[in-house]
Design a protein around this ligand. Sequence first.
Ligand code: SAH
Length: 463
Amino acid sequence: MQNYPIFVNLQNQACLVVGGGPVALRKIRLMHSAGANITVVAPEICPEISEEFGPSITHHRREFDEQDIGGYRLITAATNVPEVNQRVSELAQAKNIPVNVVDQPELCSFITPSIVDRSPVLIAISTGGDAPVLARMLRSKLEAFIPASYGALAATMGRYRDQLKKALPEERDRRRFWERVVQGPIAEYFFSGRQQKAEQALQQQIDAKQSANDAVGEVWLIGAGPGDPDLLTFRALRLMQQADVVLYDRLVSKEILNLTRRDADRIYVGKKRAEHAVPQGDINQLLVDLALQGKSVVRLKGGDPFIFGRGGEEIELLAKSDVPFQIVPGITAASGCATYAGIPLTHRDHAQSCLFVTGHLKDGTVDLNWPLLATENQTVVIYMGLVGLPTICEQLIKHGVRPDMPIALVQQGTTQQQQVFTGTLATMNDIISGQQVHAPTLIIVGSVVSLHSDLAWFNPEAD
Ligand code: SAH
C-alpha cells in the first residue's frame, strides 16, 4: 500500500488555501462542506469564490508570505506559480502540517482521493496518482450504482443506533438486524423516497426485538464456483460478507475465502495431506450446532453444492433440526472448466446431450454405466476421475467408443494455474504419464474436445 487511507475531521479547524483560481475553488468547496474555517491567501480571487463563500472565509488579498504557515490543520497550495507551491510545501512539511499541492504529488504529504459523496456515506478512491483516469471511471461507476438515498438511510441508521443498542445488547444481533434492514423492505422505502414509512417500520422492528430476541442463526450453503472469484454470484458474495463463521474445504480458493467477512471465524473441514477429512456426519452436526448458537454460518462448497457436493446430505440434518437455511447455486466445474477451455459441452455438429458422472473409485473399481457413457453424439464429463483415468479410457473403448475419440483433462480450471491436456482415449494415458497432473482435474470426453484448438481463449501465463 502506497498511502495510508484516513478521513480527517475538519469541523471548525483552521485550514489554509494558497491561491484563488478555479482549482482553489474546488478545494475550498470540499473543505467548506467538511466544516473547515478557511483562510485564503491570494492577490486575486475568482468571482465564484467570493460569490459562493463571501464572508464565511477569510481572504488575505496579497502575495503568500512565509509567516502564513503556522497553526493550520491542513494546507493546500493551488497557485499557478511553481516556486510558490514548492515553498508552501517545504515550509508546511518543516512544521509537520499536512500539505497538498494540486497536481504535484511529489510536493504533497497527503493526496485527495476521488470521492462519491452520499454523506454520511463517503467513498474515497485513489490510485496513488498512477492512474487518475481509472479512479474517475471507478467513481462514475459507483455514482451510477449507489442510490442517492444511501445517505439518508445511513443518517437514519445513525439516529437509531443507541435505541437499538438497548434493544439488542449483543453486537452480533445488532449487526444481523442492520443487515436485514439494509437489504429488506425498509431500505426499499428509502430508495423510493418514503422516508416516513421507512422510519415507522424501523421503529416497529426495534420494538419487536425488545421483546423477542431471535436465538437461532441461519446456514447458507453457498456454491463458490470452480475457482475464479469473478464467477461468484452477487448473492453468494452478499451472504459471504455477512458470515459469523465460514466452513470450507480444499476446493475453495484462497481468493474466494478472502472475500468472506474479515472477522468471521474460518473452519477448515477438508483433507490435509495424509490426514482424513472431517467426517461428513461431524460437518453436518457442526452446521447445526453453530446455527443454534445464533450464528450466521456460511458453508462454502466448490462449484455447485448440489453437483457431487454432498449439499443434500448437509442440509438434511438442518431441515430435521428446524435450522433455517438457504442454498446458493454456483457454477459447476463442468460448466466453468469447459467454458474456460474453449470446449462447448453441446454443439449441433457434435453432441446433443451431455452427461455428468463421478469417476470416484469404490474399492478399486470404477463403477459406471458404461453402455450409457458410450452413447453417440454425447459429451461425457467426469468429476473426480483422475485416479480412474486408465480404467475409464479402457472401458469406453471396450464398449464401442472409437479409440481416437478426443478427450481433455482440465486441471485447476478457471484459475490462473489452469492447464488443459488433450489427446484421445488411446493416447491420453501416455500423454500425461510424464506430467504431474493433480486434483482438481475434470475429464471431458467427446468430439466437442476437437474444438479446443480453435476456441481456447483463456490462456493464463503459467508462473
Ligand atoms: N460440487 C463441485 C464438484 C465437487 S467434486 C462442482 O460442482 O464443481 C470434485 C471434483 O470436481 C474434482 O475432483 C474435479 O473433478 C472437479 N473440479 C472441481 N473444481 C475444479 C476445477 N477448478 N478444475 C477442474 N476440476 C474441478
